[in-house]
Design a protein. Sequence first.
Length: 199
Amino acid sequence: MSSITAIILCGGSGERLGGEDKPLQPVAGVPLIERVLARIGPQVTGIVISANRNADVYQRYGHPVVADGRHAGRGPLAGLAAGMDVVGTGDVLCVPGDAPQLPADLVARLDASRCRMNAAVAVVHDGGGLQPLCLLLPSTIRSALHAYLDQGGRAAHVWVQALQPARADFSDRPAWTWSANTPAELAAAGRHLRRGDVP
C-alpha cells in the first residue's frame, strides 16, 4: 500500500448523549478519542482529526484538526471531505471518533478485501450491515465526494454504496466496536474493556 492517512470523525452533535462531545467521553477511564488514536496510530502514516467543537482539546493530541467548512451541516461526510482536503496522495482510512475498540488489523483486512475483489474502496461489514464510516479509499475520490455534497447529498451509506466497495467481513467483532451512541452502549463497552475480553 501507499501512504495512509486516517481521518477521525469527531464532528457529531452528541444528541443521544445530551449534547456531549462523544469522542471526549471516557470509557473504562480512557477518552474514546484516545482509544481510537491508540488503535489506529500504528496502522497509518498520518492522522487528521475532523472536529467542529473543542478544537483546542483535540489539538493537544498533536495532529491537524479541521472543521467541516463549506459543507457544514451535511453530516459526517462533510467531515470526511474537509479531512480529505488536507490529505495529499495515497489512501485514506475513515473511522469514527467514538469507536471504543477498533481492530488492530483494520487496515490490513480492509486492504485485503479490496485487493481480493479488485475494488478501489473497502468498507466494514459488521455481520448485520455496512459501517459506512469505517472505510479505506483512495484520496483521489475527494472530488466525487465534494460533488455529492454539492448536489445536496448527505447520506453516508448511499454515497459509499455508490462506490461499489468491497465488503470486509468483521462479523467476529461485537457491534459496539464501531460506535458507542448511548450511555448504555458506553457502559457495555466499558464493562467488556475492563474485563479485557475483546482483542
